[in-house]
Unconditional design. Structure first.
Length: 276
């Protein structure tokens, strides 16, 4: 069956995005999410689950990418639906109707998320190291415990081993912490605009509470070594330190347009060759 593409894929700024056409259904996001879930589950399962999850993730990513690049695939809205009465939109103080955006029109720049994630990660690391020094007189304990999330042998080590310095574990812990901090910082660039009135509350309190709940529910499976020694008060303090620093840096950055309503090719400024 031939795909129908409406002319609204290159709509003008005055038109409402998806006013006469909507994105075609795609299994890409669901398949991609399933692949990520299998990859995460492989930590406590077998290598075969990791392979299946990685292949599923790649397959879903290809389906998802093909649905939006170089032009978003749209299907026309039936004429009978277009002829229905339009909904009552909000009216401004001067009596002109406001166009309600279908997607966020502005977000914080990616560089602010990277910078906020790195500096927030430094604040979190300082709090974690203070816990190790105050409770166990060792700055290396929290670092080695973080390594236990992907290195199985760490969980079987005794306390003196965990309190000592290991170059390999230190490198792995730094890599884990950097990746996680930057990823959460990038998440803040799109999440904080949804709560514009209280960005520091959202970043410094709400997100740490959610993260703490997720870690508490999964820590026994993901990192048994950390579960034995963790101090939840210090853990929450480290999460709040990250959230406040990252949220403050991201929220102070100037918002940039997401170019809502334009195709991916237009947003990436990709030019097509003319047909002769």
């Amino acid at each position: 069956m031939k795909r129908e593409t409406d002319s609204t894929s290159t709509s003008t700024p005055s038109e409402v995005p998806y006013g006469r056409a909507i994105p075609e259904p795609s299994a890409g996001p669901l398949v991609t999410a399933l692949g990520l879930a299998l990859v995460a589950a492989s930590i406590v399962l077998t290598t075969s689950v990791l392979v299946v999850g990685a292949l599923t993730f790649i397959w879903g990513s290809v389906l998802w990418f093909r649905a939006i690049f170089p032009d978003e695939r749209l299907e026309a809205i039936p004429e009978e639906l277009l002829r229905q009465p339009a909904p009552n939109y909000a009216v401004s103080a001067i009596g002109k109707p406001k166009r309600r955006p279908t997607v966020p029109e502005e977000m914080h720049p990616i560089r602010s998320g990277v910078r906020g994630g790195l500096l927030g990660g430094m604040a979190m690391a300082i709090v974690a190291c203070l816990w190790g020094i105050s409770k166990h007189n060792s700055v290396w304990l929290p670092i080695n415990l973080l390594t236990g999330s992907i290195v199985p042998g760490v969980g079987a080590c005794d306390l003196p081993t965990l309190e000592s310095f290991h170059p390999g574990w230190f490198a792995i812990a730094i890599a884990i912490h950097l990746v996680m901090s930057v990823c959460v910082g990038l998440l803040y660039t799109t999440a904080l605009p949804m709560m514009p009135r209280r960005p520091l509350f959202a970043g410094g309190v709400l997100v740490p509470v959610i993260v703490t709940g997720l870690v508490w529910a999964s820590l026994g499976i993901v990192n048994p070594a950390l579960e034995r020694y963790i101090s939840w008060s210090w853990f929450i303090a480290s999460q709040v330190a990250f959230g406040l620093v990252c949220g403050w840096i991201v929220s102070r950055s100037e918002m940039v347009s997401t170019r809502a309503g334009q195709s991916l090719a237009e947003r990436l400024s990709i030019e097509r060759g003319s047909k002769r």
